[in-house]
Ligand binder design. Structure first.
Ligand SMILES: [Zn+2]
Length: 386
């Protein structure tokens, strides 16, 4: 395959991106780096500012004629490196040892993002024949809040998109066509403290929360039984963290619980929220103590056909024989992209492995990264074929 860049140049560009520290912030620096790279090859881009230092990037390469709009997307933020002393290699060094590039964000997902950027530049520079538009969407804040994809979707930057390739780490053997939604929330329980020998003088926030747990579980059970998705299974809710009370001989004045629901289209985020709110309202109506809901993240499911034309194009472009379309539980920026239109082709396919995301000594196989550039180029041409 024709190539504008040498392998060494492609590797250096990924190293540059990994070396820009974008832990849940500072994505503007990464956006500027990519914008400069694009401009060096005649591709204009524009930034979409979310907050100080936080800018998503959008850029188009247009084909000969009108046709499909294919969005190539990756997030520029990474999660924290944690305790740096636990790392064998500098988490922002992008050091290559025995074919593996180490560093925070190598797998999740700067390799996927840079592979998409390079594919886009090379197709443009090669004067590739295709119809339609290739649009890069480099998003901020995917790891916490999915702010970039939410903003790009709500402000209309991706309107009319027919397909999305998201370069999250799937490895070469499988392509993700669907994932569950994720609702993260807190229930705040307010009571009134009193000495534990005279509990009638107080209001027990802990007991109030126990009542909530029992009542909400009844409602969840009933609501969740109303639908199963053939690809994603059932909606689930699990209460994961509980904190509260002050000391052993006092009635608890405040208790906070965290919960996480994983949702499917048949029983979506709103159904879960309705159950929670009904349980809260019924308990609050008794007039003893008070419960409040605080939503932390509300990410929707994303779902496409397992054999959509974008997945077919990627399967054909991949050197792997039988790339399997799969559905997963974890959410991605597709949670927001999927709400733009009812029918779209989704393919989450990129270098690296989910098991290496967010871990100490995160790495990506350099050869896999290079291979994905060629997979993307072939698949994009096929999807936007004349
Ligand atoms: Zn990611």
């Amino acid at each position: 395959m024709m190539s504008i860049f040498t392998d060494q140049e492609k590797i250096k560009m990924l190293q540059d991106l990994v070396q820009i520290k974008t832990v849940n912030s500072n994505e503007e620096e990464a956006a500027k780096y990519i914008a400069k790279l694009l401009l060096d090859h005649g591709i204009e881009s524009y930034g979409v500012k979310y907050d100080e230092g936080r800018v998503s990037l959008v850029a188009d390469v247009k084909g000969q004629d009108f046709g499909k709009l294919l969005v190539l997307s990756g997030h520029t933020d990474v999660v924290s490196e944690g305790d740096e002393n636990l790392w064998t290699y500098d988490p922002y060094g992008a050091q290559i040892v025995e074919g593996k590039m180490y560093g925070r964000g190598t797998t999740d997902m700067k390799a996927g993002l840079m592979a998409l950027v390079i594919a886009m530049i090379e197709l443009k520079e090669e004067g590739a024949d295709f119809n339609g538009t290739i649009r890069l969407a480099a998003t901020i804040g995917e790891e916490i809040g999915m702010y970039g994809s939410k903003q790009l979707s709500e402000e209309g930057h991706l309107n009319g998109a027919d397909g999305f390739i998201i370069g999250e780490p799937s490895g070469m053997d499988s392509i993700i066509y669907a994932h569950k939604g994720s609702l993260q929330y807190e229930i705040h329980s307010y009571g009134k403290s009193a000495h534990s020998s005279m509990p009638h003088l107080g209001i027990d926030a802990l007991q109030l929360l126990v009542d909530y747990i029992n009542l909400s579980n009844e409602k969840f059970q009933e609501a969740f039984a109303k639908g199963t998705n053939e690809h994603l299974g059932d909606t689930l809710n699990i209460n994961t963290v509980i904190n509260g009370g002050a000391q052993i001989n006092s009635v608890a004045e405040k208790v906070v619980m965290k919960g996480n629901a994983r949702t499917v289209p048949e029983v979506d985020n709103q159904v879960v929220l309705d159950c929670i709110n009904q349980a809260i309202n019924e308990i609050n109506a008794k007039g003893k103590g008070k419960l409040e809901l605080n939503i932390l993240q509300n990410n929707y499911y994303a779902i496409s056909e397992a054999d959509n034309t974008l997945i077919q194009a990627l399967q054909e472009a991949s050197p792997v024989e039988n790339v399997q379309p799969i559905a997963i539980s974890g959410a991605t920026d597709a949670s927001n992209f999927g709400r733009i239109s009812a029918n779209y082709d989704l393919a989450i396919y990129g270098p690296g492995s989910l098991s290496l995301a967010h871990v100490v000594d995160e790495y990506v196989e350099v050869q896999e990264y290079l291979d994905f550039i060629n997979i993307y180029k072939k698949a994009i041409k096929e999807y936007l074929a004349i």
